[in-house]
Structures are given as structure tokens and as C-alpha cells.
Design a protein around this ligand. Sequence first.
Ligand code: DHB
Length: 304
Amino acid sequence: MGVDLGVELAGLNLRTPLILASGILGLSGRLLVEISRIEDVGAVTTKSIGLKPRDGYPNPTIAVLPYGFINSMGLPNPGVDFFLKELDEAGSFGSPLIASFYGYSIEEIAETARIIASHPSVSALELNVSCPHVSGISEIGVKPELVAEAVSKVKKEVGKPLFVKLSPNTHLIVDVARAAAEAGADGLTAVNTVKAIAIDAELCKPILSGVYGGLSGPALKPIALRCVYEIYEEVEIPIIGCGGVSSYLDVVEFILAGASAVALGSVIALKGIMVFRELARGLSEYLERKGVRSVEEIVGLSHR
Ligand code: DHB
């Protein structure tokens, strides 16, 4: 491979622009360490962590469709104290660890951020205000003024880079993005899943125990790509593109739309963790074929 895939993202140095998305394989400290050490992994993101443990919803929590998944886990997590203890014993990370977190109020968001960011293994934070179906969370991420308040509170308490994961379940996504940037966010992740439902025609009822879930996978990609494209036009801070990436061409499209890095989720469930290698190879060959020396040269190129 002739092209250096390294990118700088809000002060983080990534070996490749490929990031493990939140919600995939991200609840065990040890597993995150293992994945962070894979050569083509640029950074890893935890499943969203809250101040207190949460059980999540009973099964069924996932519906598999021909074009993606609808999942409704209910934000299961062991709580911040337990998770940080696990990180103590997990070993050292081979690439930056982004800690995803949530809270039910501005105060709880700030407190959780302060505790998580105090751990030396955590390189950056990703605020999840966009889980599409857990009440108390999804409401925050569609209100620009609440997101701005949360971001400025967190930035007052925490010195590490802060990303905000945006919801596609609003026509205000660009306003939320701008509010987050103006309040001091270091980057944006676009996007979280689309609120969706699956119904069993035989049983005549919703399939998922939580009724609603988040749609991910190929069906989400054109929506996520449009969101990245729109946000790039209006906001200066870096964007992590996320939503339905399955091939290296999808990675390229997100970067051309304005993403500085790209997060992988559903594709890992389908192809396994070594998909990072396949996509890094494809991206590298694409850049070589185009005579481009770095990923940064093509960020947002489709706008010019
Ligand atoms: C869940 C959380 C998310 O942020 C999401 O996009 C989908 C599902 C969950 O834990 O249920």
C-alpha cells in the first residue's frame, strides 16, 4: 500500500480514517483494546455509557431486514464506575478510545462526561443525544438550544475533544450541528440511526419488545450521506461519517461529502472485524488510482 491513510481528527491521530462505531462490540474493555490494536483500525468507540447501570430491553431487540437492521437494545450498559474499573484492567489501547456517553439531563450529561474523561485511556468523548427511542435521550438531540447547553457545560469541565452524535430524526440537523459547533464541540458524528419499526404480520404486533428501534445498514447510507453533505456546507468542525457503510466506495463517498473519518457498525455484524482491512485496502487503492497522496486532500471534494 503506497498511500498513508493517517488522518488528524480534532487533535487525535488516527492510523486510518476507519473507526469502530458506538454500539458494536463496544461494551467490554478488553475487546475494545483488542480491536484498537488491529492495524487498520483508526479509533474505537464504546457503547454509550450512563451514570448508572441500565438493563436495557428484553428480547427481541433486533430485527434483521434485507437492507439493514432495526435494533432496540435500550442502552444496556454497566454504568460509568464499573466501566472505568474494566478499563483499568483492559490494557493499553493501540489506537484512540472514544467514549460514547449519555445523560437524561444537562447536569447528568456533564457529570458523566467529567467522570469518563478522567480515565487516562479515554482520548475523546462522543455525546449520544440521538438514541432514537429511549425517552429522555432522543428529545435532547433534536433541540439546538439543549445540545448547545450540554456541549458548553461539558466543555467547561472536560479538556478532551468532544464529538456530538447527531440525530437524523429531525429536519433541524444542520441547526443542531451549528449549535453544537458554536458551543465548542470539537467534532460531529453524523448520523445515529433512523427511528423505525418492524411488524410481524402473523402475530399482528410489533416485533421488538421496545416497539421502536433504530434503522442502520445500507438503507441508512444515502440519508447519512446527505446529512454529512449538508452539515459540511454550514459547519467548520470535522465530521465522522456514520451510517450504512459496507464497501470502500461508501467510505470514499462519505469523505467526498465532507467526512474526515468514517465509522463502521452494521457491516461488522455481517462481515466480521477484518472488514477494516478490506476497506482500508480499497481506500488506499482508490487514492493511489486517483493520484492522491492523503485522505485529507479529498475531504469535501464533491462540494468544489
Ligand atoms: C440504541 C442506541 C442507539 O444510539 C441507537 O442508535 C440504536 C439503539 C439502543 O441502545 O437501543
